[in-house]
Design a protein around this ligand. Structure first.
Ligand SMILES: Nc1ncnc2c1ncn2[C@@H]1O[C@H](COP(=O)(O)OP(=O)(O)OP(=O)(O)O)[C@@H](O)[C@H]1O
Length: 586
């Protein structure tokens, strides 16, 4: 399956926007209570605002014209009251929508994170971490900005325009038409330009994602960059993506900013029309000065939001481009689905590969028609030249991938019919480069293990002692309380492998796969590790992938993995001979 998020072209994204908008509505629905309150306040507040020009016009015609100062003061007081109420409403709205935006941000980031956790390894192979981070951080924030800042202004702007438009037409129809005519041009202008604005904003976000990926790559490889003096190379690569980002952001910015001046010009033309035609109407006695001032206010009630809408429309387009990028992830489905449990083979081995073929997505076939069995309680070793397919085989045992043909059975049942929880309870996998997160060793080794999750350090110490893991734990100064900083150099690769080993053994799996797990461990520690392996319960099956052949001396059976084919290598010395022979031939 194609999991590459940057492979879909933008035209396809535009077609799917309607469907995606509906999905966004499902998120918005969860905020319906807050939104109803906010829109209720908005209607009252806009109702108050729209009556202001009437009050002003009335005051001018009735009290200013007659120099009735007490009347003027009375209406000034009423206006002040209306402004104060509107100020309070506007504060309330902003506060509520700020919370709505933050909750949306929280929900979207959570949904993205959960989805990313469900996706298979192929997804991570095909996408750059930096780009994913950019989607989770930046694109979701574009949505937050729209919801917390723009949505209320957007809706109240439209309300104000509709209200003002109705008044403008009903006070004087002809003058109303003249005032509103430039808005029709604006509508057409926006419609024509919007797809381009969205496309350019999407391109700008995409290049921000690429830039973030580049930064992430060079930061996580800084040692290699310094050691090989490749600073110039990375500087050049960064300059290229930065340049691209500059270009796309600039062209999006030009379009984003074109709306404001055009909208301003139209509103000024409309004002000019009102003034000229209004003065003419006053001269013919059809209009009063107060009415003209009210009319001018209504025109600004119509055109001011339009000017604002230009900016808000851009924010909306940015939010939608962000939503498209977020949706791309949310719409992905893992192709490692859990299948309904089929028939179970009687007296089946723990693991059985039956005519398995496998190739990585988009690549050539790596494993060719592989069949073998792993019996309960035995120790197996996979040996063979680099790139022969040992890790790939182990990955299929742990169902990190599915075979392209053939079957992998676990306890006689298709491995695809186990839920991830069932599978990980049965199979422990120690990777070449184990993942540890920031926290203590205790937190790292009880990670994902419900049995020991609530154990105190003393209780866990006792368990470790029983499993023979205390000798390994003694390698760390503060024992279980030793602090690990993820991605930090304070801990060696060998130590990381030890922690991953303790974590896997504590889960008491039926099958323990060690992929080069002792490659970075000194011989004394290796012997201690071997002792732990010997102490594992009799039912535990072990699969050891190792280059150092002394680590597999005690294996019950050795498999020679070469060129995607697996052969029984018989005794330890026979396996050694096969390896030596292979090296001679290459
Ligand atoms: N994620 C991947 N995507 C595409 N090809 C891959 C991937 N991982 C491994 N390969 C390819 O699959 C083949 C087998 O690799 P694998 O890692 O299984 O070999 P190995 O025997 O474990 O090697 P080593 O002893 O070096 O760890 C290699 O040609 C490798 O390039």
């Amino acid at each position: 399956m194609n999991y590459n998020l940057n492979n879909t072209d933008t035209t396809e994204q535009q077609h799917t926007s309607g469907k995606r908008l509906l999905k966004l509505l499902a998120y918005i629905k969860t905020e319906h209570r807050a939104l109803i309150v906010v829109f209720g306040i908005m209607i009252i507040s806009q109702g108050l605002s729209i009556t202001v020009p009437f009050v002003v016009g009335y005051t001018i015609d009735h009290y200013v014209a007659t120099k009735d100062f007490s009347g003027i003061l009375k209406y000034a007081g009423i206006l002040l009251g209306m402004f104060t109420v509107n100020l309070a409403f506007s504060y309330w709205q902003t506060k509520m929508m700020g919370s709505v935006g933050q909750r949306m941000l929280y929900m979207l980031r959570n949904a993205l994170f959960v989805k990313i956790q469900e996706l298979p390894i192929a997804f991570f192979n095909q996408n750059k971490t930096g780009d994913l981070i950019s989607r989770i951080n930046n694109d979701t924030d574009k949505m937050n900005q729209f919801f917390s800042q723009s949505l209320v202004q957007f809706a109240s702007g439209i309300m104000s325009m509709v209200g003002a438009g109705i008044f403008l037409l009903s006070i004087n129809f002809k003058l109303g038409i003249a005032t509103l005519a430039p808005a029709v041009f604006l509508l057409l202008f926006t419609r024509v330009l919007s797809p381009l604005v969205k496309k350019r904003n999407a391109a700008s976000m995409k290049s921000t994602g690429s830039m973030s990926a580049e930064i992430q790559e060079s930061l996580s490889n800084f040692k290699v960059i310094i050691a090989f003096n490749r600073r110039d190379y990375f500087r050049k690569r960064f300059d290229e993506v930065n340049q691209e980002n500059y270009g796309t952001a600039k062209s999006a910015g030009v379009l984003n900013n074109i709306f404001t001046p055009v909208f301003s010009l139209c509103s000024q033309i409309a004002m000019l029309a009102v003034l000229a035609y209004g003065i003419y109407l006053i001269s013919t006695g059809e209009f009063t000065v107060g009415l003209l001032i009210s009319y001018l206010s209504f025109s600004s009630y119509f055109y001011n939001p339009i000017r604002q809408l230009a900016i808000l429309w851009t924010n909306f387009q940015m939010a939608m481009a962000g939503w498209d990028r977020i949706s791309q992830i949310l719409e992905l489905e893992s192709d490692l689905k859990v299948l309904p449990a089929g028939p179970v083979k009687e007296n089946a081995p723990l693991i059985s590969f039956q005519h398995v073929h496998f190739g990585y997505p988009g690549g050539k076939e790596i494993l060719h028609n592989v069949s073998f069995n792993l019996e309960q309680g035995k120790t197996y070793a996979l040996v063979g030249p680099t790139g022969g397919g040992k890790t790939t085989t182990a990955s299929l045992i742990a169902r990190l991938y599915d075979p392209t043909a053939g079957e992998v059975l676990l306890n006689g049942r298709d491995i695809r019919s186990y839920t991830p929880e069932e599978r990980t309870r049965k199979i422990g996998f120690i990777l070449q480069e184990p993942f540890l997160f920031s926290g203590t060793i205790q937190e790292n080794i009880v990670y994902g293990n419900p049995v020991y999750a609530d154990y105190t350090a003393e209780q866990l110490d006792a368990v470790m002692e029983k499993a023979g893991l205390n000798t390994l734990l003694a390698r760390f100064e503060d024992g279980l309380a030793t602090n690990i900083v993820s991605g930090n150099d304070g801990i060696s690769l060998g130590q990381k492998q030890l922690i991953a080993f303790m974590r896997a053994v504590l889960r008491d799996p039926d099958l323990l796969v060690l992929d080069e797990a002792t490659a970075n461990i000194d011989t004394v520690t290796e012997q201690q590790l071997e002792a732990v392996l010997q102490k594992l319960p009799a039912h535990t099956t072990r699969v050891i992938i190792a280059h150092r052949l002394n680590t597999i001396e005690n294996a019950d059976e050795i498999f020679f993995v070469n060129n995607g084919e697996i052969a029984r290598a018989g005794s330890f010395s026979h396996a050694m001979n096969m390896l030596v022979q292979h090296e001679r031939n290459t």
